[in-house]
Ligand binder design. Structure first.
Ligand SMILES: Cc1cc2nc3c(=O)[nH]c(=O)nc-3n(C[C@H](O)[C@H](O)[C@H](O)COP(=O)(O)O)c2cc1C
Length: 197
């Protein structure tokens, strides 16, 4: 059975978060098209993933069970990923970064070989759903955006090259009818992407 992970990194609900609202719209559309698929939500704020401390690295180096292992295995076993994150200080919220630190386990997500690093998560697909206060696409500050580009590069590293994004830009800059129009457009885009994911 196709397994989807809906990985959401926002402390607020969808009435107060554009990224969560857009992500949920995309997921609803996906579910409508694929009612038999198994969807698991990973709400990284509810799970309270913590940074990697000395004990975690020691466990890794000595081959002891780590707090990361079950999450890395769950990630590797899934077929599709939907990441949801707002742009915070040019990147993803730190809870999402912690989650990435959990799933990026050598031998599960990637492997070191004599030819270099090889991603082990082939034949999988990912979508990034984001929201930004300002405008970045095609702007001089484009390279300062490190949320979507971070998740895209992490996925590429582990072998997931089928990667799409739906991103609401200008959430803090737009007002009134402009905000309404832009948000409607992005919600439609999200629904369309969810239906063909
Ligand atoms: C802690 C914090 C940091 C933010 N940093 C940025 C930023 O670096 N660039 C930007 O364009 N907007 C920034 N914003 C604005 C958010 O990206 C914007 O409000 C976006 O809609 C957040 O998604 P959300 O509606 O799901 O919360 C920040 C907002 C917060 C609360």
């Amino acid at each position: 059975m196709t397994e989807v992970l809906f990985i959401v990194s926002h402390p607020l609900d969808s009435t107060k978060s554009w990224s969560r609202k857009i992500g949920e719209k995309l997921l609803a559309s996906y579910r409508e098209k694929n009612p038999s698929h198994k969807v698991t939500t990973i709400d990284v704020y509810k799970e309270e993933f913590t940074p990697l401390y000395e004990k975690d690295l020691t466990d890794m180096m000595t081959g002891s069970p780590t707090k990361m292992l079950p999450w890395a295995k769950q990630f590797a076993a899934a077929d599709k990923y939907i990441f949801v994150a707002p742009l915070w200080n040019f990147s993803v919220p730190s809870q999402m970064k912690c989650y990435i630190d959990y799933i990026m386990q050598p031998g599960i997500a990637f492997r070191y070989t004599e030819q270099g690093v090889v991603g082990l998560l082939k034949e999988k697909k990912a979508i990034f759903v984001g929201s930004r206060g300002g405008f970045y696409k095609g702007q001089p500050i484009e390279s300062m955006e490190m949320a979507e580009s971070y998740i895209r590069n992490v996925m590429k590293f582990v072998g997931v090259t089928d990667f799409s994004s739906v991103i609401f830009e200008g959430a803090s800059a737009l007002r009134g009818a402009d905000l309404e129009k832009a948000s409607e457009k992005i919600l439609q885009e999200a629904a369309a992407l969810g239906a063909q994911f």
